[in-house]
Design a protein around this ligand. Structure first.
Ligand SMILES: Cc1cc2nc3c(=O)[nH]c(=O)nc-3n(C[C@H](O)[C@H](O)[C@H](O)COP(=O)(O)OP(=O)(O)OC[C@H]3O[C@@H](n4cnc5c(N)ncnc54)[C@H](O)[C@@H]3O)c2cc1C
Length: 224
C-alpha cells in the first residue's frame, strides 16, 4: 500500500466497481457503486471472467472473446476448514489426495503462519469438487475420505466450517480442467485497449493461489 501511495496512487476500499468505463473501445477508468468515476490510463481487472463480462458489458466485447469467456467451465467446489488440536500432517504444508473419493487436496495455512490459529491449535483447508446438489451427501463423502486418510481425525477436530462455492469465488470461475490449464488459460491482455487481467484465471501452471503471481509477472512483461 505504501508503494501505491508513494507513487501518487489512491486506494478505495469497500468500493465495489459497477462498471469499467470505455471510450472509443478503450478502457479509461471505472465507476464505483457510489457513482464516482475514477479515470485511469490502464484498468487491471482482478474479478474473474464472469464479472469481466458484466462490468464491461457483453455488447462491448468482440464476439470471439465473449465466446471465449463464456466457454470457460466453472468448478462448483467446496472447502471444509478444520480447527485441530494437532497438525494432520506435520512435515509438509500441503497434501494432494488423488486416491480419495472426493477430497482432492488439503492445505495447512498454519504450517507457514502459526499465528493464524490460537496457540497450540492448527488449521487445514480441505478442498473438494461438488458433484451433486445434495450438499449434505457431498459433505458426508468428504468426512468419509478424511476418516479413511486420518483414522484419528475425530479426536483432533475442534471446529469444522464448510464453505461451498458455486461461482462466487473468483478462482472457481475457470477451473483447472483438462483443456483449461497452463497456456489455455486467459492472457493478461484483452482485446480492449488499456484493459488487462490478473488473478487466478490467467495463464500459468500451478496449484491454487500459486498461479496468481505468475499472472502478475506475465502482465508486467506485457506492460514493460
Ligand atoms: C477457503 C479457501 C482457502 C484457500 N486456501 C489456499 C491455500 O492454502 N493456498 C493457496 O495457494 N490458495 C488457497 N486458496 C485459493 C486462493 O485464495 C485463490 O487462488 C486466490 O485468492 C485467487 O486470487 P485472485 O486474485 O484471482 O482472486 P480473489 O482473491 O478472489 O480476489 C478478487 C478480489 O476482487 C474483489 N472484487 C470482486 N468484484 C469486485 C468489484 N465489482 N469491485 C471491486 N472489487 C471486486 C473481491 O472482493 C476480491 O478481493 C484458498 C481459497 C479459499 C476460498
Amino acid at each position: 500500500l505504501q508503494v501505491v501511495r508513494r507513487a501518487g496512487g489512491r486506494l478505495f476500499t469497500r468500493s465495489p466497481v459497477t462498471r469499467i468505463l470505455l471510450e472509443a473501445w478503450q478502457a479509461v477508468g471505472v465507476q464505483l457503486a457510489t457513482g464516482e468515476q475514477v479515470r485511469a490510463a490502464r484498468v487491471i481487472h482482478n474479478g474473474g471472467p464472469a464479472r469481466l463480462r458484466r462490468l464491461v458489458g457483453e455488447e462491448n466485447l468482440p464476439a470471439d472473446y465473449r465466446a471465449r469467456l463464456r466457454s470457460l467451465k466453472d468448478v462448483p467446489c467446496g472447502a471444509l476448514v478444520l480447527g485441530l488440536r494437532e497438525p494432520l500432517f506435520p512435515e509438509v504444508p500441503m497434501l494432494l489426495t488423488p486416491g480419495a473419493r472426493r477430497v482432492v487436496g488439503i492445505f495447512a495455512p498454519t504450517f507457514f503462519d502459526p499465528t493464524l490459529a490460537p496457540p497450540d491449535r492448527h488449521q487445514v483447508d480441505v478442498f473438494f469438487p461438488l458433484e451433486s446438489e445434495d450438499r449434505r451427501a457431498e459433505l458426508a463423502r468428504v468426512w468419509e475420505d478424511l476418516r479413511t486418510l486420518f483414522p484419528r481425525l475425530d479426536a483432533l477436530v475442534e471446529v469444522a466450517v464448510p464453505m461451498l462455492f458455486t461461482g462466487g469465488w473468483t478462482g472457481a470461475e475457470s477451473g483447472q480442467y483438462v483443456g483449461q490449464t497452463g497456456e489455455a488459460r486467459l492472457s493478461p491482455q484483452t482485446p480492449i485497449e488499456g484493459l488487462y487481467l490478473v488473478g487466478m484465471d490467467l495463464q500459468g501452471s500451478a496449484v491454487a493461489g500459486d498461479i496468481v503471481p505468475l499472472g502478475v509477472r506475465r502482465l508486467l512483461e506485457v506492460l514493460a
